[in-house]
Design a protein around this ligand. Sequence first.
Ligand SMILES: Nc1ncnc2c1ncn2[C@@H]1O[C@H](COP(=O)(O)OP(=O)(O)OP(=O)(O)O)[C@@H](O)[C@H]1O
Ligand SMILES: [Mg+2]
Length: 390
Amino acid sequence: MAKTYTHNNVAPNTESTLKRIACGDFPTPKQIVSYLDSCVIGQNEAKKRLAVAVYNHYKRVASKLFGIGDDGPFADVEIDKSNVIMLGNTGTGKTFLIQNIAKMLGVPCHIHDCTKLTEAGYVGEDVENILTGLLRECDYDIDRAQVGIVCLDEIDKLARKGESMSVVRDVSGEGVQQSLLKIVEGDIVGVMPQGGRKHPEQPLIQVDTTNILFIGMGAFCGLEKIVEKRLHKDSATIGFNQKTAAVKEPNTENLLDKVTAADLSSFGMIPELIGRFPVVTHTNPLGKDDLKRIIQFPRNAILKQYQKLAYLDGKTLTFNDEALDMIADVALSNGTGARGLRGILETVLTDFMFDAADSKERRLLVNKYCVERALQGLSSSAAPVSRKRA
Ligand SMILES: Nc1ncnc2c1ncn2[C@@H]1O[C@H](COP(=O)(O)OP(=O)(O)OP(=O)(O)O)[C@@H](O)[C@H]1O
Ligand SMILES: [Mg+2]
């Protein structure tokens, strides 16, 4: 029977990552998706795409490092590297998906903020520092680092000036995009062990990036407009009459599904870099129901965490549906995806947590009045939150 991966048996350290890759002990895309389903709500398309990309990536690593498949009919075929670009609004689970995949596979994962990177010669960070971060994640175990995952967060902020509406950099990001080319494609890179600028006297650690999976991610604000414009143009050239069904408004809901390399290039990413990220996927905006589910159901759901805290005080904590509705509405109007949920719950539960230890009440129910009062009266958080017996 196929193995089921849960957070209790992913245990990356029982066997080294490389040993598992060598004996093909790697979860299939379906197993990866099923693991992700336990911690990430929705985003089914992104889960599937990532699972396949990651699975293929590590098969390629197995063939490169351990010669698996070298004696078969495809012995002389080399599998190209498939880095990934993931688009999507803030707080929709981009980083969270990758963190969970890395945890499941037991590979080191480093998330690097690209906004700090500058080309050599400017004040800022060299691109090699990205690899210093990865080395730190695995205690400088170079062999593990060389099969790790690197997230290039906010890669969209490296867009060429003048092309994208979202660019805020003083120094052109184009130079940084250029300097990323070699690293993401696969190269031996001299890395400063402690980061910082290269210094002639400091010995460098040589890191081979051939088997490192790079995942560029960002909100790519304005990209949907570019896609929409292109779709309009494309559809306007179909048929004779602009008013035919062929030129109907494109469905704005899934414009990110239709992103092409040309759109990314219009956004301001250089074609050479886009070419090195052949897998493009995206997360969807989170709706109210998604947000409600995120509060309650993932393995580490925020509500479960507070319930555990209440349990440690000998209490049970529940929220009724109206209260959850209201919290999800507030998060939705903040436009920060699931990122704002913890802050809202923290505000709502401040009084509960303040009183819980001294109160004799064992069952705590949060209803919509509790939420209303807590969120309105941010300045008067000392006011007791009404409690009812569940
Ligand atoms: N689909 C989801 N399911 C469960 N939890 C989620 C989901 N999306 C986001 N979260 C929660 O919100 C937090 C923030 O999400 P994450 O860091 O993945 O956002 P992001 O898409 O990378 O945004 P940004 O573009 O701002 O970096 C996560 O740590 C996680 O707790
Ligand atoms: Mg992120």
